[in-house]
Ligand binder design. Structure first.
Ligand SMILES: Cc1cc2nc3c(=O)[nH]c(=O)nc-3n(C[C@H](O)[C@H](O)[C@H](O)COP(=O)(O)O)c2cc1C
Length: 414
């Protein structure tokens, strides 16, 4: 019976343990978590979501405070057109977050940064270019382009000296998305080094509609394998979404995948950035406590726990401090919903907004409990303690369990 460790992921000349820990913003996939994967020979992701805030927390910088001060005059204005990111500060925060992580890296594995296109930051092209370039400048091993089609993203960094040496990959949820990406980038003569195929059971934003349950990861992978074969293209595919045991991973690797990307099992590790109280919510969840809804202003469905504090909360939009989802014209779907509720309830001290959420503020405060569909199985991966809480795991324990387990076994902590 095969184990994940019987396989290796080849990225160019490099050979890795074929396990990637997926990017989880905002700082849920911390540097500490990514560093464990790299030390053990796999690939860890940090995320550049809300990087100025992450830098403030990690390095005591004051990017958010300065931005808030700068735009204070606009806080009660529903028009957010003025709120722009200072590109020098964005570059500095990214270089700090990425650079300090890379300095601490040990082992033969790699660290990538997850870069979401949907963080349009009221200036989609220029902010994305700065984010990508600064990560490359700071020595990141690779960039995973996520949450968006990224049709122009490779072009934004085509002149960067590391464009052909850094590992560049994209996340897709269909063969069509990959075809479109390859067509739009053909003139650059630079294929992605890997493609993560994310199925409907993943955490975070989904590349499917609310009919997600009608899709199946293995079917999508098989379609992509056939397409790549027909085109004579050799790009490693990484399966993601709902892979809970080493045996699940082996099954995908025996059927077209070169590796796996996993995340949910790492949300209850000590190294994960979620507060301990939230990790306990993940442990406690049953299958009926998980839903896919449309409250993210990005327009993509998102999976989360139903008792997520963000649902229904009518907080004032925090764009003067954050503004990561402003579309380039000062708009965000949450602002529209919030303004509608305020207009309908002029005397209310606080409104409730059900259809959208202020994702920046709530992700930043760990109040939007996004999770994978297998979250309800996390309680089976550890012990319940005398006080009724669940024991947190070490990331190394979970990584090695994926790497060495057979027969769908899950090793409990010793
Ligand atoms: C808490 C959480 C946050 C996530 N955030 C992001 C994100 O910011 N960007 C992204 O591309 N994927 C995100 N994902 C998706 C993961 O990177 C990964 O592809 C997926 O969850 C793997 O499936 P699994 O959780 O069933 O193992 C997130 C997943 C979780 C569980």
């Amino acid at each position: 019976m095969k184990r994940v460790d019987d396989f290796r992921l080849k990225l160019g000349k490099d050979e890795l343990v074929p396990i990637m820990i997926g990017g989880m913003g905002v700082d849920i996939s911390t540097a500490e978590l990514a560093l464990v994967a790299a030390r053990l020979g796999g690939i860890g992701h940090i995320s550049d979501a809300m990087v100025q805030d992450v830098s403030d927390r990690r390095f005591d910088t004051s990017f958010v405070k300065e931005k808030t001060k700068f735009y204070k005059y606009n806080i009660n204005n529903s028009d957010k057109t003025d709120i722009k990111f200072n590109l020098d500060q964005l570059a500095e925060a990214t270089r700090l977050h990425v650079g300090k992580t890379m300095e601490a890296k040990q082992g033969s594995g790699m660290i990538f940064v997850n870069c979401m296109e949907k963080l349009t930051m009221n200036g989609p092209r220029e902010t994305l270019k700065v984010r990508l370039e600064s990560s490359l400048d700071a020595g990141i091993d690779g960039i995973t382009m996520s949450a968006g089609l990224h049709l122009g993203s490779f072009g934004l960094i085509a002149d960067h000296p590391r464009f052909r040496d850094a590992k560049l990959g994209i996340i897709v949820s269909s063969v069509r998305a990959l075809q479109l990406f390859l067509r739009k980038n053909s003139r650059l003569n630079r294929l992605p080094d890997y493609v993560i195929v994310e199925g409907p059971l993943a955490g975070g934003h989904l590349g499917f509609g609310l009919d997600w349950a009608e899709y199946d990861l293995q079917t999508i992978i098989t379609e992509i394998v056939q397409f790549l074969k027909a085109e004579n293209l050799d790009i490693p595919l990484i399966a993601a979404g709902g892979i809970f045991t080493g045996s699940d991973a082996v099954s995908f690797m025996e059927n077209g995948a070169a590796g796996v990307q996993v995340a949910t099992r790492f949300t209850v590790t000590k190294e994960c950035g979620l507060p301990n109280s939230v990790k306990q919510e993940y442990f406690k969840a049953s299958e009926g406590d998980i839903e896919v809804n449309n409250i993210s202003p990005t327009g993509y469905p998102m999976r989360m726990l139903k008792n997520t504090p963000a649902i229904g909360d009518g907080i004032r939009p925090g764009c003067e401090s954050y503004g990561y989802l402003l579309d380039g014209n000062g708009n965000c779907a949450y602002i529209t919903s919030y303004n509608r509720e305020v207009a309908a309830n002029p005397d209310a001290k606080k409104v409730s907004v059900m259809d959208k959420t202020c994702l920046c503020t709530h992700m930043r405060n760990f109040n939007c409990w996004t999770c994978g569909q297998t979250t309800y199985r996390l309680k089976d991966t550890t012990r319940k303690l005398a006080d009724g809480t669940y024991e947190l795991l070490s990331a190394e324990h979970v990584f090695r369990d994926y790497q060495f387990s057979v027969d769908h076994q899950i090793a409990l902590p010793v």
